[in-house]
Design a protein around this ligand. Sequence first.
Ligand code: SF4
Length: 435
Amino acid sequence: MGESYSGGSAQEAIKAAKTIEAAFRSNAPLARKLVEKIRGLAIEAERRLGDASRFKIMDFCGTHEWTITHFGIRSLMPEQIELVAGPGCPVCVTPSLFIEEAIRLALDGIHVYTYGDVYRLMSIRSVRGASSLSEARALGGRVKVVHSLLDAALDARSHGRDSVFVGIGFETVAPGYAHAVIRGLLPSNLKLMSLVKLTPPAMFHSIEILREKPTEPPIVGVIAPGHVSTITGAKAWVPVAENYGIPVVVSGFEPLDVLASIAEILKQLSRGEARVAIEYARAVTWHGDLRAQSIVGRAFETVDDAWRGIGFLPKSGLRLRSAFSKYDAFETYGVREVTPENWSYDLPPGCRCAEVVIGKAKPTDCPLFMKRCTPSKPYGPCMVSLEGACAIWARFGSGGLADEIARELGISPSAQPGSTSGVGDFMGEQAPRGG
Ligand code: SF4
């Protein structure tokens, strides 16, 4: 890792990172070296931290969790390091009340468009017998799965009937929504229900919660989301380094990217440093996409928003500005906003999704994992989306590819807690090994 910032010449750092990144990618001997380096640096970091116990490195993004789980990276880690998933799954953290509102709209005859995973997301309360948009559709509601807001716009234009797009996501989807609204690309019969969430507040929250629990291994490093950072820039994560003294690496999504990012975090820890570094320099810059940031700022205002099972986080959501109220589903259809007064804990009994998304619990800590809650029949929201940690662990949790990679690298898969070894592969309804 050559690129790290706490100011200084961003251009020089980016150039260095690109050179080093190119050498890091796609070769097995390098992967082996990185794993060896990680094991050595973990011992040095442990000495520096002065704590013989384990420590946590959080991967924020669902796609990083997928890479880590799918390629068995946990099983390659030394025993000091626990890789934990963060809140990087927008479906997992969308409050139940908004799903209930979308169900209500669909059953009232409004055409509701959304993404495939939101279609399956359950609400905590049923609305006229439906607890998800898929159930609303079964009861005659008008619900259609689309890939994007523009797909919804095309379809809504074709039929001309009252329609709503349920727009969940993080910073990555916001520029597309903003562009469509500012450019007037939406037909007059289609309204946007913006449920966009902003990721830095959730990261700060996760770190603080674990700090308040002395019994929990602390988060000592963060693998920051690559896609989000293409928009926000790596600078968005400076508060993590400066306020909490935690190294942050904006990482790409290849296994070697993740290994290189872990090595950089440990290098900083072993030196007593905490900076923001960019490993994913082929896509991410320090300042991000300024044009995208500008149109998002024009279309949306930042609001305190509720996160499912967690509650309100300050300045963590985006709603359309009043200048664009004619496109706003909240305004047009009286969609209820979640407020501190009407928000209540919105996970089903026994579901530990709120702890899973802040890195406090692993999916396998949940007694319902792969019993009452499976990818084909999710009980909690973290099992619905392919970005949800429970769904990822259920589908790709070790065995198979993970062990194969460990063997190729000449490394004994770790049996540490936090490795997914023992969870087993999941295909359809097949029960996990040891799950
Ligand atoms: S396994 Fe299911 S019930 Fe358990 S935490 Fe995950 S989503 Fe919730």
